[in-house]
Design a protein around this ligand. Structure first.
Ligand code: PLP
Length: 207
């Protein structure tokens, strides 16, 4: 599906990374996926993820934190993950920066953007995005890489493309302001084609 969508978009299929979302999956299933060549995994809950990361530490896997991040969990994320997709406020970014161990490289960070008015969803408002990006880019232990969104499910590819096009425009706008962002984390099992058509570089696939 990724390859077909990339070809339809006129894009190199190798430019779209598959993030395997392994929440609720047992260690054996993750190990089997790793044996099959998958090396990037996404987890939503710190408490669920840490034993998996520990059990699979002999393999060179890359772990992405994709869940809502509370301030009391930032240390575990800073110490055990390589990527965080859900930074949406300065307080969280400041803590991750302070807690990222010096033996590890900088933590790769995406800013989660809120593109709809659903209550209870995380994400920075588009109007506040330039300020947050500027702030995060100034933190030495974080490396700002791009943007992420979780739009509400809709059916139909053209409707699905609307928020993804908006996220791409926001990324292009930040790059015009001098950032050098290369990652758009958007698209899940039900809408990854629409996301790839709008420029996703990383799709998060669970089911
Ligand atoms: C669970 C989850 C996914 C995977 O969703 P599927 O529809 O199962 O592919 C992707 N992104 C986030 C943030 C998730 O929580």
């Amino acid at each position: 599906r990724i390859e077909a969508a990339a070809r339809r978009a006129g894009r190199d299929p190798g430019a779209v990374h598959l993030l395997a979302v392994s929440k609720q999956q047992p260690i054996e299933a993750i190990a089997a996926a790793a044996d099959a060549g998958q090396c990037e995994f996404g987890e939503n809950y710190v408490r669920e993820a840490l034993p998996k990361i520990e059990a699979l530490s002999a393999r060179a896997l890359t772990w992405h934190f994709i869940g809502q991040l509370q301030a009391n969990k930032t240390r575990d994320v800073a110490e055990h993950f390589q990527w965080v997709h859900t930074v949406d406020r300065e307080r969280i970014a400041t803590r991750l920066d302070a807690q990222r161990p010096h033996y590890a490289g900088p933590l790769d960070v995406l800013l989660q953007v809120r593109l709809c008015d659903e209550p209870g969803r995380g994400g920075v408002e588009p109007g506040d995005l330039p300020g947050l990006a500027e702030f995060v880019a100034g933190l030495p232990r974080l490396r700002l890489r791009g943007l992420m969104c979780i739009p509400p499910p809709v059916t139909g590819e053209s409707a699905q493309r609307v928020p993804f096009a908006r996220l791409r425009e926001l990324l292009e706008d930040l790059n015009r302001r001098g950032h050098r962002l290369d990652t758009l984390s958007m698209g899940m099992s039900a809408d990854l084609e629409a996301a790839i058509l709008e420029g996703a570089t990383l799709v998060r696939v669970g089911t």
